[in-house]
Design a protein around this ligand. Structure first.
Ligand code: NAD
Length: 272
C-alpha cells in the first residue's frame, strides 16, 4: 500500500457490485479500500469488508455511518439505490470528494439533486461503466445518424438477472440516448417503453425498448436497426461484473484532479 493510493469508500459494500468493487480495488495499484458502508440494520455492519468480498480480512470494518467514512476519504464508489445515491451525493459534496455513481433507475428529480451536488463534488455518473458499452454507445450514435428514420427503425433489447429492480436498464437508456443524439431528437419524446395489445403500427422515428429478466444474466444489450430487407445489430455481453468495477475505479482516479462538476464515462474514456 502506497501513501499516494487514492482512499476510496465502497457504499453498498455487501451488494453484488459492492463485493466486486472491494475485490477490484484490492487488486488495483493506486487505490485502496479506505471504508465500506452498508445501510443501517444490515447484518453485515461490523463485519470485515475483505471477508465479505471473499478476500480474507483487510482491516476495514463495514460501517453504517457514511459521513464519518467520507470526511477523510478521497472518493466514493456508489452502486446502491436511487434514494441512497441522492443522500450520498449530498454527503460527498459536503466532504468535497469524488463521487462515482453507477446506480441506475434515478428519476429526473434525483438527477437534479445529483447535479446540484456536483457544484461541490466531482461526480462521474453512468448507467454503464464498461469500456465496451461506452464504445457501443458511440457506434450506436453513428449508426443512428447514418440510418435515418424514414427507412430504419431502432429497437433496444436488454436482458438481466432476476433480481434487477429497474427497467429498462440504465445501459439500455444510455444506448437509447446515444441513438437519439445521432438522430438529433430527444429520447423522452420518442421512446416506446411498453407494447401490449392492439398497439397500432410503429410510429416512425420512435426508439423502442424490450426488457427480459431471468436467471443470473449480468447484462446483455443489443441495438437493432431494422430496415426493409436488412438489419444492423450492435451488441454487448457482460460476463463478469469486474468490468463495471474496473471502470468505476478508473473514473475515480481520473476525477481525482478535476474541477467539481458532473462528468460521464465518455469523458473518462476520452470518447466524448
Ligand atoms: P444489490 O442489491 O446487490 O446491492 C445494492 C446494495 O446497496 C445492497 O447491499 C444494499 O443493502 C445497499 N444499500 C442500499 N441502500 C443503502 C444505504 N442507504 N446505505 C448503504 N448501503 C445501501 O444491487 P447490485 O446488483 O449491486 O446493483 C446496484 C446498482 O448498481 C443497481 O442500480 C444496478 O442497476 C447498478 N449497476 C450499475 C452498473 C454500471 O456499470 N453503471 C453495473 C451493474 C449494476
Amino acid at each position: 500500500m502506497a501513501e499516494t493510493d487514492m482512499k476510496l469508500v465502497v457504499v453498498g459494500a455487501a451488494g453484488r457490485m459492492g463485493q466486486t468493487l472491494i475485490r477490484t480495488i484490492h487488486a488495483i495499484e493506486g487505490a485502496r479500500v479506505y471504508a465500506a458502508v452498508e445501510r443501517e440494520g444490515s447484518p453485515f455492519v461490523g463485519k470485515d469488508a475483505g471477508e465479505l468480498a471473499g478476500l480474507g480480512p483487510i482491516g476495514v470494518p463495514v460501517t453504517s455511518a457514511p459521513l464519518e467514512a467520507f470526511v477523510h476519504a478521497e472518493g466514493v464508489l456508489d452502486f446502491t439505490a436511487p434514494a441512497a445515491t441522492v443522500e450520498f451525493a449530498g454527503l460527498a459534496a459536503q466532504a468535497r470528494i469524488v463521487h462515482v455513481i453507477g446506480t441506475t433507475g434515478c428519476s429526473a428529480e434525483d438527477d437534479e439533486k445529483i447535479k446540484a451536488a456536483a457544484r461541490h463534488a466531482r461526480v462521474v455518473k453512468s448507467g454503464n461503466m464498461s469500456l465496451g458499452v461506452n464504445l457501443l454507445g458511440v457506434l450506436s450514435e453513428r449508426a443512428a445518424r447514418a440510418l435515418g428514420p424514414e427507412d430504419w427503425d431502432i429497437e433496444v433489447l436488454e436482458m438481466h438477472h432476476r433480481h434487477k429492480v429497474d427497467a429498462p436498464s440504465g445501459t439500455a437508456l444510455l444506448l437509447g440516448e446515444a441513438a437519439a443524439r445521432g438522430r438529433g431528437i430527444a429520447l423522452a419524446d420518442h421512446s416506446v417503453r411498453v407494447r401490449d395489445g392492439h398497439t397500432g403500427a410503429r410510429p416512425r422515428g420512435s426508439i423502442g425498448f424490450a426488457t427480459l429478466r431471468g436467471g443470473s444474466v449480468i447484462g446483455e444489450h443489443a441495438v437493432m436497426i431494422a430496415g426493409e430487407g436488412e438489419m444492423v445489430t450492435l451488441s454487448h455481453s457482460a460476463t463478469d461484473r469486474s468490468i463495471f468495477a474496473r471502470g468505476a475505479v478508473r473514473a475515480a482516479l481520473w476525477a481525482r484532479d478535476r474541477k467539481p462538476g458532473l462528468y460521464s464515462m465518455l469523458d473518462v474514456l476520452g470518447l466524448n
